[in-house]
Design a protein around this ligand. Structure first.
Ligand code: TRP
Length: 326
């Protein structure tokens, strides 16, 4: 009899270990189950994930202690993300964290019941995730990293004045980029500048798209685009060799070779997201938790890139910039 019980116990423990979101290491009653779906792995999204976990720890939820995290890398693939989201739902996660716009869209399409907290979604309304930033309405809330194209182009005017044509390098499959590109066109129209677009569908197309632009434009701009962020090495190689200033939209993209940006601090965003997840785990309804936008912004510049293309930063920029990529 004792033997049967032991076998049963071992079986139950083994099952709970293989249950993904349902795994709790044997502290069934105390551990909360958290699924994290990250669109893909690039430096900024990795920073966000690590900071979310720190923010959760600050709020008393410690991975492997009273919380079990099931982390899934979406590999920038809708099919993979859909499957991951379905697994989270089937395993009964208490909350699902979605990092970046397409990941949040994939998770929301699988559940309108389980609370979802998204991180770094540029335009949550446009992406169809929430009714409004103030009153999300459904089972979803989170943080936004919205920055306007106009602010970055104003910085571009300060660093490399007099450009007439702007190349727009972005992914046509990311809703987070679409709304920012609309803003870029409005800016260009108002200033009498020309925009040449080059849209990609995956990172393997970035080199060719960059080359196409380098032959036609004075400067290039990329929004907070995941596909471009994951292919910065090839993009900057093209632009640096042809001495084209490449303005980007996130600190990590400057660290990875972009010339400059005016953007938010993703460590702060991640921690804020973690705090919101803790709120939801504490029983608050996401429907009534406003989406949080980051208000602290900084100028980030890459001195190596400037040297490579022969650009000198004006003193007024140097005075307020954080230098990355050294
Ligand atoms: N804002 C992006 C989105 O909505 C995600 C993102 C966060 C990102 N940090 C980034 C994209 C840095 C490119 C570079 O999907």
């Amino acid at each position: 009899m004792k033997k049967v019980l032991t076998v049963l116990l071992v079986l139950v423990m083994a099952m709970s270990l293989f249950a993904g979101c349902g795994s709790d290491g044997g502290t069934e009653n105390e551990s909360v189950k958290v699924g994290i779906l990250q669109l893909m792995e690039h430096p900024s999204l990795n920073t966000i994930r690590e900071s979310i976990i720190e923010g959760l720890a600050d709020a008393g939820y410690v991975d492997g202690d009273n919380m079990v995290i099931d982390y899934q890398n979406g590999q920038n693939d809708m099919t993979i993300m859909k499957t991951a989201a379905q697994t989270f739902v089937a395993n009964g996660c208490d909350v699902i964290i979605a990092i970046a716009t397409p990941a949040a869209q994939a998770v929301l399409s699988e559940t309108t019941e389980i609370p979802i907290v998204f991180a770094a979604v540029t335009d949550p309304v446009d992406a169809g995730l929430v009714d409004s930033l103030e009153q999300p309405g459904g089972n979803v809330t989170g943080t936004s990293d919205e920055v306007s194209a106009e602010m970055i182009m104003n910085l571009a005017e300060e660093i490399t004045p007099g450009f007439k044509t702007i190349g727009a390098l972005y992914s046509s499959g990311e809703d987070n980029s679409a709304s920012v590109i609309a803003g870029l066109k409005a800016y260009a129209d108002a200033k009498g500048l020309k925009v040449v677009e080059s849209a990609v569908t995956n990172s393997s197309e970035v080199q060719q798209a960059a080359q196409y632009l380098a032959d036609k434009v004075d400067v290039v701009y990329s929004p907070i685009d995941n596909t471009v962020a994951s292919a910065m090495a090839v993009a900057t190689e093209v632009f640096n060799s042809q001495k084209i200033p490449f303005y980007v939209s996130a600190d990590s993209m400057v660290a990875d070779g972009g010339l400059a940006t005016y953007g938010i601090d993703y460590t702060v965003l991640g921690k804020e997201t973690g705090a919101m997840v803790a709120q939801v785990l504490g029983g608050e309804d996401p429907a009534g938790i406003p989406v949080k936008k980051m208000s602290d912004m900084s100028v980030y510049i890459n001195q190596n890139t400037a040297d490579a293309i022969g650009v000198e930063f004006p003193q007024a920029v140097l005075d307020r910039a954080q230098v990355l990529g050294e």
